[in-house]
Design a protein around this ligand. Structure first.
Ligand SMILES: [Zn+2]
Length: 263
């Protein structure tokens, strides 16, 4: 049910529980520098300060805010959340077919809304594109979060000293399928437990090499830290591409090209 009336006969009143509105789709994120979900300012925790220019946020907008704003324009509501099948880094684009998500609107005033109109407006943002919105449930959120979909990435990297194409092409196949031990990256260990996870690459190929730049296409198991696999994270990820090449590797650009969900 959308709304549940709870009668408390002892106190002579009725509480209305308005269930959230859930809508699912796939999003593409066309800009770098946009987080998936609203990111409160680290210093003021949302109240507004000099660091965040009074916005209370680390970034002006997010995938969540673009999507939720257009749904709530139709549905009303008191709050929102975005549940993604994993998340890309703030500076990574999400391309290809997009990433499955479910947007949750709390206490909507209206449920029968013009979904196509909402999608059309999202897609004029220049930041986020959504394929379509269809009704979902709270149970769908659980299934979405449990999906262990492999991801395919485009990686643009710089090698120091420059590594030639032949060496890259000889090294990548050796790394595919080899167990990777990834200690929680230095960049996230302040907010996550410091553990070691085992992951694997499913495929890796060289797209092109120009001077000290190389472009790769890499498919990895869910939860693989790709940047760390490239540069090694000071030895926290082993083996890494940098370690095997004997060269420092810097990730210049990272894009998610596909999320292989549903199988
Ligand atoms: Zn602030």
């Amino acid at each position: 049910p959308d709304v549940v009336a709870v009668l408390d006969t002892g106190f002579d009143h009725v509480d209305l529980q308005v269930n959230p509105l859930y809508l699912r789709g796939r999003y593409r994120k066309l800009s770098r520098g946009v987080p998936q979900t609203r990111w409160p300012c680290r210093r003021c925790r949302g109240k507004g300060c000099a660091r965040c220019g009074g916005t209370g946020k680390m970034y002006p907008t997010s995938v969540e805010e673009v999507i939720a704003a257009e749904v709530m324009r139709e549905s009303g509501g008191t709050g929102h959340a975005l549940h993604g099948m994993g998340r890309e880094d703030v500076d990574a684009r999400m391309l290809g077919r997009g990433r499955p998500f479910i947007v949750e609107i709390k206490e909507p005033r209206k449920r029968r809304i013009d979904l196509n109109a909402a999608v059309r407006r999202m897609n004029t943002s220049g930041i986020v594109e959504v394929d379509q919105l269809t009704p979902a449930t709270g149970a769908d959120v659980v299934a979405l979060k449990e999906d262990r979909a492999a991801k395919t990435y485009r990686v643009l990297l710089r090698t120091v000293p420059p590594v030639d194409e032949a060496k890259l092409k000889g090294t990548l196949p050796v790394l595919v399928g080899e167990p990777i031990a990834q200690r929680t990256p230095g960049r996230v260990v302040h907010r996550r437990a410091d553990t070691i996870r085992a992951r694997r690459l499913l495929s890796a190929e060289v797209v092109g090499v120009e001077g000290d730049r190389a472009e790769l296409r890499v498919t990895a198991e869910a939860g693989t830290y790709i940047k760390e696999w490239v540069h090694g994270d000071g030895g926290r990820t082993r083996p890494s591409l940098a370690e095997r090449l004997g060269a420092a590797c810097e990730v210049l650009e990272l894009d998610v090209l596909d999320v292989h969900d549903g199988g």
